[in-house]
Design a protein around this ligand. Structure first.
Ligand SMILES: [Zn+2]
Length: 444
């Protein structure tokens, strides 16, 4: 448990401005440390690859919110108490933090979809109804409060300077060829039927089109914002017939030059199955080499904890932004700030920084997922934004280029502009993945 504890405390101290060498925290009750955190006997599950029984989880209120404690079984005691000037935290916030932040439950989950993704309905977040609550930030707030009490010091948590929180704007670029025909339209929704790939690029630029990068950049520049365009360097269908890109890098080269010249980021959106295939990921990185992509988000949000971290490491991609649920908005790792992935193979913190995805247009729009009309979206996501503001966190948004055109997705571009306006008025930094990750990496 030593490395897991180190991982959690490292993450905690990244976002709490206090000299950690002067803070005496002990995981377990030793009757002498200033802060002692009770250790649950259930931590053995991490060695045996067992999951917790979520039906036995207990809840306590913290910051007026019901928070689950996954490794405790009764609620008699206060969350913390003072004994001889020391603070005892009576619930195992280290084990619970590790379980959620590392995505441990995904490593033991058995049921997956056809693409190898864990199903949202089986996630611990869904089972405990905590998908829209960054529970780990609540645990960290308990620890922060305990340290402030024990050392009689206030701890600053805002790392965003004059901004209250940050928003990371991203665009996955899957399709650029406007499907004029019914067949083309079908192609978008069913992943097969007739390909739109042969429509010449010249024709696209002359008509209503999803090749709208310039317009996106102009919208964002009005708010002094920047964003990341995740580009998909593979236009072949996957083995099971799923769509990858409907363009080639050559097709859109002048548009990529433009993104770069405007100071916006080009990231890589690796195709289906690259999440577990080091050499095919390498091939795709090579196709984008000219733009030196630093940030990654896998197409269809496919990410397996056993293989994907390693695939990224081998290819020297140190920033990923894949971890969100396709089916639901919220916090897949129950944390509203970037965090390092955990390497379960060698039981250590990995060097891959995760910028976890919270809100995606498809998730909101699609009938199979949340099925919300665009005029209801701002009120529906209000709570997630409030949670992120509360902890000076980062909101990560994915708005596809097609949702920024009125063709097929009327109303979604205006919604995006309203959202930028709202976040700007709430004093959020609006920037790309690269800027966020550089700032976090420079803290340590
Ligand atoms: Zn995609």
């Amino acid at each position: 448990m030593e490395n897991k504890t180190k991982y959690i405390l490292n993450t905690f101290f990244t976002y709490h401005k206090i000299d950690r060498s002067k803070i005496d925290i002990h995981y377990g009750i030793n009757l002498e440390s200033k802060i002692q955190i009770k250790q649950s006997e259930l931590i053995y599950i991490f060695n045996d690859n067992f999951d917790i029984n979520y039906k036995n989880v207990v809840y306590k209120k913290w910051l007026n919110t019901d928070i689950p404690f996954l490794f405790d079984r009764n609620t008699e005691k206060e969350i913390f108490e003072e004994i001889d000037g020391n603070i005892i935290i009576n619930y195992d916030i280290i084990a619970s933090s590790f379980y959620l932040l590392s995505g441990y439950s995904e490593t033991v989950a058995e049921e997956k979809d056809e693409l190898g993704r864990i199903l949202y309905k089986n996630s611990i977040q869904h089972k405990l109804k905590i998908t829209e609550i960054p529970v780990v930030n609540y645990y960290f707030n308990i620890l922060k409060t305990a340290i402030e009490k024990a050392y009689n010091k206030k701890i600053e948590t805002n790392i965003w300077g004059k901004f209250k929180f940050a928003t990371c704007l991203t665009h996955d670029i899957d399709y650029i060829r406007t499907p004029w025909t019914a067949n083309g339209l079908k192609n978008i929704f069913t992943s097969n039927i007739v390909s739109t790939i042969n429509i010449p690029i010249k024709k696209i630029t002359q008509t209503k089109s999803w090749l709208n990068f310039k317009e996106i950049i102009n919208i964002e520049k009005k708010y002094n914002a920047k964003s990341t365009f995740f580009i998909l360097p593979n236009n072949k269908k996957s083995e099971k017939g799923y769509d990858n890109a409907d363009y080639t890098i050559k097709d859109i080269a002048p548009y990529l030059e433009f993104i770069e010249s405007e100071g916006f980021e080009i990231g890589i959106h690796p195709s289906i199955c690259t999440h577990k295939n080091c050499s095919s990921l390498k091939t795709e990185i090579t196709k984008l080499a000219k733009y030196n992509p630093q940030s990654c988000r896998f197409h269809f949000l496919i990410f397996r904890p056993e293989t994907t971290r390693n695939t990224l490491e081998v290819n020297n991609l140190n920033t990923d932004s894949t971890l969100g649920f396709t089916e639901h908005i919220g916090f897949r790792n129950s944390f509203c700030l970037p965090f390092y992935l955990y390497n379960f193979e060698n039981d250590k913190q990995s060097k891959i920084l995760e910028i976890p995805l919270n809100i995606m247009d498809v998730t909101l729009f699609d009938k199979r997922f949340m099925n919300i009309s665009h005029d209801k979206v701002l009120s529906r996501i209000e709570n997630i934004i409030k949670e992120i503001e509360k902890f000076n966190g980062v909101l990560i948004i994915n708005w596809h280029n097609n949702y920024l055109s009125d063709f097929l997705y009327k109303g979604w571009k205006d919604l995006y502009i309203k959202l930028l306006d709202k976040l700007h008025n709430k004093n959020s930094l609006l920037t790309d993945v690269y800027t966020i990750s550089t700032q976090i990496k420079n803290i340590n």
